[in-house]
Design a protein around this ligand. Structure first.
Ligand code: ZN
Ligand code: ZN
Length: 131
């Protein structure tokens, strides 16, 4: 299920590519840290240095804005530093500033309204696997 997906609206001309997961060449977060959004990369590198790579999860995901239905993708990282402290990538909507919710499975995109025309009529195809 990982790879690049093209999401298209069947009611209007909206179409956009979304990345999901990560290629096999990135087997741990240290190798993939270059994919982290530049404004969070230093923080992630520091957490890795202080905590190691034991409890990490990472990969591209789509994000959905529950307020304005904006969609985007972003490289997502989750690091459990200890039982009470977890770092997780937070994505804020470029249109309205609200915190966006991550979309784990590409198929889940179909349940969202189109960001342009708001009809629930999105379809998706995988256009490129990672490897
Ligand atoms: Zn549409
Ligand atoms: Zn929004």
């Amino acid at each position: 299920m990982s790879g690049v997906y093209l999401v298209m609206c069947q009611s209007c001309s909206y179409s956009q590519g979304f990345k999901f997961g990560v290629g096999n060449k990135f087997s741990n977060l240290n190798q993939a840290v270059c994919l982290v959004n530049a404004n969070m990369r230093y923080q992630v590198q520091e957490i890795i240095r202080d905590n190691g790579l034991s409890e990490t999860d990472f990969g591209y995901r789509a994000f959905h804005c529950p307020i304005c239905n904006n969609l985007c993708d972003e490289f997502w990282v989750r690091i459990e530093q200890d039982s009470t402290s977890v770092f997780e990538t937070e994505v804020y909507c470029s249109k309205c500033g609200n915190r966006m919710q991550s979309v784990l499975k590409p198929e889940d995109m179909k349940a969202f309204p189109c960001p342009d025309c708001y009809n629930v009529n999105l379809d998706l195809v995988r256009v490129m696997p990672w490897d």
